[in-house]
Design a protein around this ligand. Structure first.
Ligand code: NAD
Length: 324
């Protein structure tokens, strides 16, 4: 049924996943663009998705799979917009063949991920895991448990210098790093930052933070060979993608004292195996891929997803077109 009821809004936008506390931004922004908005959670049920996408002008999706069969059932859909970055749940080729735009929102939560990077880094620098456990266990020692080092005058390394790395650099600026080395073939560096190879960064930095996407080229970017280049006082922070780091090699390097510590928000396998020996180390700070989150970031994501849908309904190109 492609026709619209008389008096009804000209467009219909559906979200295939629920889970947000409020959808007031979607309702308002899409309503202003002449679209009705419904949340029709399909809970990964293909049959439910097939029914829901019929008659929809734009489909919003979080984690529900959108395979070719669901795309084939889209009879008037202009676009699928993903709440977030990853689009691996959507058959991009099938969508392109049908002339359906797939767009995502890669630029929400930049502030949060950069803060998470600094939080994990500082937690390792000040050995918070170790000292926290001491106090909670009733031990109280004012002596040195394990050596800690001042950041001022040391060298920071950033691999990838996009949105999150730039904001991380801004936030680290107050700690007085003496040098900042960067590897990003596509980025123009502001004055004072030095371009360097990944190997040179590994050799020279005291704090290494990863901000590149995971690709075939960047998988295990930090492996046993590169960990062996690093200083024994160096700290590795990864808030980007778990696959960038060989976790077993990192565990070895940490237990053998070849680097000082690590802060990890992301893991190659999520959720990671809680029995992995890396979780027994007190020089490792971890979090559960929560870097992106704050209440503000979540609202930013919902607003940007709705704005992308509005642009497409108005016949404008989306800001982040994934399957062009
Ligand atoms: P971005 O696209 O703005 O920046 C990525 C940068 O990496 C670009 O400047 C690009 O030129 C560079 N790059 C790509 N391949 C490279 C390579 N082989 N070597 C060196 N540089 C390379 O992305 P962003 O918004 O800064 O996000 C960075 C990463 O953070 C994302 O890829 C994503 O995996 C991760 N992320 C994590 C969370 C979280 O919750 N922990 C949230 C959002 C994003």
């Amino acid at each position: 049924m492609n026709e619209r009821r008389a008096g009804a809004l000209p467009y219909r936008v559906v979200a295939l996943d629920d889970g947000y506390a409020s959808y007031d931004q979607e309702i308002r922004l899409l309503g202003e663009a002449g679209a009705s908005f419904e949340v029709q959670p399909c809970r990964a049920q293909e049959e439910a998705a097939l029914r829901t996408v019929r008659g929809a002008d734009v489909v919003l999706v979080r984690e529900s799979p959108i395979p070719r069969r669901v795309i084939d059932a889209m009879d008037r859909c202009k676009a699928i917009v993903r709440y977030g970055i990853g689009v691996d749940n959507i058959d991009l080729v099938a969508a392109r063949e049908r002339g359906i735009v797939v767009a995502n929102v890669p630029d929400y939560g930049t502030d949060e991920v950069s803060t998470q990077t600094v939080a994990l880094a500082l937690s390792v620098v000040r050995r918070l895991q170790l000292h926290d456990a001491e106090v909670r266990s009733g031990r109280w020692s004012t002596g040195v448990l394990k050596p800690m080092y001042r950041l001022r005058g040391r060298t920071l390394g950033l691999i990838g210098f996009g949105r999150i790395a730039r904001m991380t650099h801004e936030k680290f600026a107050g700690f007085g790093f003496g040098r900042v080395l960067v590897n990003d073939p596509h980025a123009e560096l502001p004055p004072g930052l030095e371009a360097a190879s990944v190997d040179d960064i590994c050799r020279e930095v005291d704090m290494l933070s990863l901000h590149v996407p995971l690709t075939a080229q960047t998988r295990h970017l930090i492996d046993a060979r590169r960990l062996a280049l690093m200083r024994p006082t160096a700290i590795l922070v990864n808030t980007s993608r778990g696959g960038l780091v060989d976790l077993d090699a990192l565990h070895c390097a940490l237990t053998e004292g070849r680097i000082l510590g690590a802060g990890l928000d992301v893991f190659e396998q999520e959720p990671p195996d809680p029995a992995h020996p890396i979780f027994a180390l007190d020089n490792v700070a971890v979090s559960n891929h929560i870097g992106w989150y704050s209440e503000e970031a979540m609202r930013e994501l919902q607003r940007k997803t709705a704005e992308e849908a509005v642009r497409i309904l108005r016949g404008e190109p989306p800001r982040h077109w994934v399957n062009r």
